[in-house]
Design a protein around this ligand. Structure first.
Ligand SMILES: *Cc1c(COP(=O)(O)O)cnc(C)c1O
Ligand SMILES: [Zn+2]
Length: 431
C-alpha cells in the first residue's frame, strides 16, 4: 500500500496540501510513514496522526467559514488531503448546537448549557464523521473493500458509505445487537456478519482477519486504518468551537466506548489554541467522560486512582458504548486528569430517565448513549464535580429511533378515549 501523501498532487493542486506528516506512537513517540498501520513495532502502542505544525498554522477562520456546510470545511486540519473528488463520504457534520435552557433549569445549571446533537448525521450517529475520514484515507491507500468491527452505529455508517462509493463491504457485529441497528446496516446490501460473541470478541477476530491474505485489500476502519478513523472525531471539537463563535466551552461531557472520541475532542481544542484559531480560555476546559454501569472500565480506573484498566464483560442497554477492553482508555484518563474533569457511570434505569429528560426538555430524542451522557451530566452536577456556573456542552452521539426498545415500555398515549366530544370531556381534557 502506498502513502496517502501524493507529492505530485500537492505540488500542482490549487488547494493547500495534506497537513498530515507521520504516524506517531502514543506510547513511545516512534514515527512511521502515513501507511495502513495502527500499532507500534517497538512498544505495541497505538499510532496517531502527526501533523506539520507549519501547515496547520496556515489555516484561517475565513478559510473554514467559506468551506462546505459539513465536516469537510475542516479538511485542512484532517489527514485526507483536500481534493473533493477523492472523498468517500456522505458529507456528515455541521449538526445543530441546541440551546438547552430547560434541561439546565431542571438540573440546576445556571450557565449556558448546549446539546451538540449529532443524531442528524446521514446514518444518525457521530460515526459518519470517523468513517468519512477513514474511508477517504483508505481509498487513497489503495484499499478496495471496506470493513469494520462494530457495536452498531459503525456498521450502519460503513455499509452506507460503501454503498454510496460503490465499493464492497463486510461488516462484523456482535450477535445480540438491537434490531434497529441490524436493519439499518443490512439494508445497504453489503455483507453483514453476526458473530456469536461480544464486541471485544468481534474486534479480536477482525484483528486476526486483517493479517490474512484474503483481507489484504480490506480496510477495517477501526483496525488497520484506525489512526485516520480517530481523526474524524476531532471535527466534533472544531464544530462546537466554531458554533460558539470561535470559543471553547468551559466543560464538555462526552460518552466513552473505546474512549477515542473524548481524546480527540480534547485534541481538537488544543490544536485550535495552538494554531491561533481560538484564544485559550482563562481557566482552560474540563473534559468529562460518561459510561454505563454495565461497561465502566475507564471510569472505574479513574475512581480507583489507577492507570490499570481492567477489562470487563459488558452488560446493559447502552450497547453502542459496550467496549469492555477500551483501546484509548488510558488516553481518556490522561485527558480527564490533565484538564481537571471527571468520569461517572449510570445504570440502565438512569439511562432511560436520561433519554426521557433530554427529549422532554430539548426535543432531542437520543439513543441509549445519549441517555448515558445526560444521566452522567445530572450525576456530575449532583456530586459537585461539574460547575453549574460554567458553560457546558453535552454531546448526543446517536438517534433514539435506533434503540426504541430502551423506552418502549415506559412511554405511550397519556389518554385513551372514544372518538366523541363527550368522551374527551369525561377524560378531563376540556379542563
Ligand atoms: C462509537 C460511539 C461512541 C464512542 O466512541 P469511542 O470513540 O469508541 O469512545 C459514542 N456514542 C455512540 C452513539 C457511538 O456509536
Ligand atoms: Zn511505541
Amino acid at each position: 500500500m502506498t502513502s496517502i501523501i501524493d507529492a505530485t498532487h500537492t505540488q500542482t493542486s490549487p488547494v493547500a496540501p495534506n497537513p498530515a506528516r507521520v504516524l506517531v506512537c502514543r506510547g513511545c513517540g516512534t514515527e512511521y510513514p502515513l501507511v495502513a498501520q495502527h500499532a507500534c513495532y517497538e512498544c505495541f502502542g497505538p499510532l496517531e496522526v502527526g501533523y506539520d505544525p507549519a501547515l496547520l498554522a496556515r489555516v484561517t477562520r475565513a478559510q473554514i467559514e467559506s468551506g462546505p456546510d459539513n465536516l469537510w470545511r475542516y479538511a485542512a486540519l484532517l489527514p485526507t488531503g483536500q481534493d473533493p473528488s477523492t472523498r468517500v463520504t456522505l458529507d456528515p457534520g455541521m449538526t445543530p448546537l441546541v440551546p438547552a435552557a430547560g434541561l439546565a433549569a431542571e438540573l440546576g445549571i445556571r450557565a449556558p448549557l448546549w446539546v451538540k446533537d449529532d443524531s442528524g448525521n446521514p446514518t444518525h450517529s457521530f460515526k459518519d464523521r470517523v468513517v468519512s475520514v477513514a474511508l477517504t484515507a483508505a481509498r487513497g491507500l489503495g484499499f478496495t473493500r471496506f470493513a469494520c468491527a462494530s457495536t452498531g452505529n459503525l456498521a450502519n455508517s460503513v455499509a452506507a458509505h460503501a454503498a454510496r462509493a460503490g465499493v464492497p463491504s463486510i461488516v462484523f457485529i456482535p450477535g445480540d445487537l438491537e434490531q434497529g441497528k441490524v436493519i439499518t446496516t443490512a439494508v445497504y446490501g453489503g455483507d453483514l456478519v453476526a458473530i456469536d460473541g461480544s464486541y471485544d470478541d468481534v474486534n479480536r477476530l477482525c484483528g486476526e482477519l486483517v493479517e490474512t491474505d484474503e483481507f489484504e485489500d480490506t480496510a477495517f476502519v477501526n483496525v488497520n486504518v484506525r489512526p485516520y478513523y480517530a481523526e474524524g472525531s476531532k471535527t466534533l471539537g472544531y464544530e462546537v468551537a466554531e458554533q460558539l463563535g470561535w470559543r471553547i466551552p468551559a466543560q464538555v461531557v462526552i460518552p466513552m466506548a473505546s474512549g477515542e472520541l473524548l481524546t480527540k475532542i480534547d485534541k481538537a481544542f488544543s490544536e485550535l489554541v495552538e494554531i491561533g484559531l481560538v484564544e485559550a480560555p482563562a481557566n482552560g476546559w474540563k473534559v468529562f467522560g460518561a459510561q454505563s454501569a454495565g461497561c465502566n472500565p475507564i471510569a472505574a480506573a479513574l475512581h480507583a486512582d489507577t492507570d490499570e484498566i481492567i477489562p470487563v464483560r459488558p452488560t446493559g442497554i447502552a450497547k453502542s458504548l459496550n467496549i469492555g477492553d477500551p483501546a484509548a482508555g488510558l488516553y481518556a484518563l490522561e485527558a480527564v486528569r490533565r484538564t481537571g474533569g471527571w468520569m461517572e457511570y449510570v445504570d440502565d434505569d438512569e439511562i432511560r430517565d436520561g433519554i426521557r429528560l433530554l427529549a422532554r426538555t430539548t426535543g432531542v430524542f437520543a439513543e441509549t448513549a445519549g441517555g448515558v451522557t445526560v444521566a452522567v451530566l445530572r450525576k456530575l452536577v449532583e456530586n459537585g464535580r461539574l460547575d453549574p456556573d460554567a458553560e457546558t456542552v453535552v454531546y448526543n452521539t446517536g438517534e433514539g429511533l435506533k434503540t426504541l426498545d430502551a423506552v418502549a415500555g415506559q412511554v405511550g398515549p397519556t389518554y385513551r378515549v372514544k372518538p366523541s366530544l363527550r368522551a374527551v370531556r369525561d377524560a378531563g381534557l376540556l379542563g
